[in-house]
Design a protein around this ligand. Structure first.
Ligand code: TRP
Ligand code: SF4
Length: 400
């Protein structure tokens, strides 16, 4: 139940580009081999800023899932689903909203930042303020302990940890918690119970996190331990209450330096992007016409790769030999810019070839994508349903 689990979401804002691929998707493809992964379309999150243009979200969602699949996200390994198709997210969000201090939300740095950035839009809405709380519900409902995100999202993960802690503190309390935890410990058998005690002491006295992780693994291994007891033993390790919701940690994705065609960050709004499923002709043309070192006016002028966005592409795509060839050739005017761009064009096209191939099947038969998502939603609903049962019970709203 508390095994390692990865979860991440992406807002459906339009076609994905190479920045998404090198910054996020490559990492997902790697993670799906290592952990059980859940990846979802955060369509409600898109609605927090696009509430006045909702018609775009659904189409973007389907296209985005095709982009994921094209990039190599494998539905046989990872669970892919759409947030709004698992309405338990909304129920958890609502319940959490009852115990979330407004000040916590107002202090999340992305709140003011985004409002200022999107100043043409009225974002003084209830939903937008609640953005990080909805994200917390997304994470906590799967008891996901690893959340791959970029640097900008780290405050949201920290916020989710605080929410989980507050929830456990409020609703995981029971009058005779310690006795119940001790009774649960007995069910582990003398040997395991002894080891648990030792590891718990090491964690609580000396702050030994490895000891805590070992104790968690120990509980994990026990078959047929009732969920309640498991929650008590997890909670007893760290405090005085059951651990109903798990505190997640950020899995920081190294910000891949994928520059745009003009050397700024690649972004749709800067109009400097190469899209994952862009045609070979169009990609070739974009790179051919891309800016180079402005000081290199004539072929005979020497250039400086540090002032050239093409060099940034070489850093992502080229091997050592090619990079040396560029450095030398550019600085001595030994190569021309078109020549310099060839290896980049080849590398991007080669990277995209399998993406086009994978995508084709889904374009030819859209029901394939629909059924991948239907499957994923079903799996996600099952997991979300289990957590919600515990959550309702802890709050005292299970009406059984
Ligand atoms: N806020 C995230 C972003 O803008 C998207 C997101 C929504 C998310 N829910 C999530 C990411 C849960 C990780 C986990 O990128
Ligand atoms: Fe840029 Fe290459 Fe031209 Fe130098 S030779 S300016 S690195 S494109």
């Amino acid at each position: 139940m508390y095994a390692e689990r990865v979860l991440s979401g992406m807002r459906p804002t339009g076609r994905l580009h190479l920045g998404h691929y090198h910054g996020v998707l490559k990492n997902w493809v790697q993670l799906q081999n290592e952990y059980p992964c859940l990846f979802f379309v955060a369509d409600w999150h898109a609605l927090t800023t696009a509430y006045d243009e909702p018609g775009t979200i659904e189409e973007n969602a389907w296209e985005m899932v095709i982009d994921w699949l094209a990039a190599g996200v494998d539905p046989a390994q990872a669970t892919l689903f759409i947030q709004s198709r698992v309405p338990e997210h909304a129920e958890l969000h609502l319940l959490l909203s009852m115990m979330t201090p407004l000040g916590w939300l107002e202090r999340v740095p992305t709140y003011k930042d985004q409002q200022e950035k999107l100043e043409h839009k009225d974002l003084s809405t209830y939903g937008f303020l609640g953005y990080p709380l909805l994200q917390s519900a997304d994470i906590l409902i799967y008891r996901a302990n690893r959340v791959p995100v970029g640097e900008d999202q780290v405050p949201h993960i920290e916020f989710s940890r605080e929410i989980a802690r507050r929830f456990n503190h409020l609703y995981g309390r029971e009058p005779d918690f310690e006795e119940k935890a001790r009774a649960a410990l007995k069910k582990l058998g003398a040997k395991r119970a002894g080891l648990y005690d030792e590891l718990r002491t090491r964690f609580r006295q000396d702050g030994d996190h490895q000891a805590r992780d070992r104790a968690r693994a120990l509980i994990e291994e026990v078959q047929n331990l009732p969920i309640e007891d498991r929650e008590r033993l997890f909670g007893f390790l760290e405090g005085e209450a059951k651990m109903i919701l798990v505190e997640p940690g950020a899995l920081l994705t190294e910000a891949a330096k994928m520059p745009g065609l003009d050397g700024q960050k690649m972004s749709k709004s800067y109009n400097n992007a190469i899209y994952l499923r862009e045609s070979a002709d169009s990609v070739t043309k974009k790179i051919r016409t891309m800016q180079t070192d402005p000081a290199r006016v004539r072929r005979t002028d020497a250039g400086d790769p540090d002032k050239c966005p093409v060099w940034q592409f070489h850093l992502v795509y080229s091997d050592e030999g090619t990079k040396q060839w560029v450095q030398q050739g550019c600085r001595s005017a030994g190569i021309g810019c078109i020549e310099c761009k060839h290896p980049v064009i080849d590398a991007v096209l080669k990277e995209q070839e399998p993406m086009h191939e994978r995508a084709q099947a889904y374009i030819d038969d859209p029901t394939l994508v629909r059924s991948i998502i239907a499957d994923g939603c079903e799996k996600a609903s099952k997991l979300a349903g289990e957590t919600m049962r515990d959550v309702r019970e802890a709050i005292g709203l299970d009406y059984t």
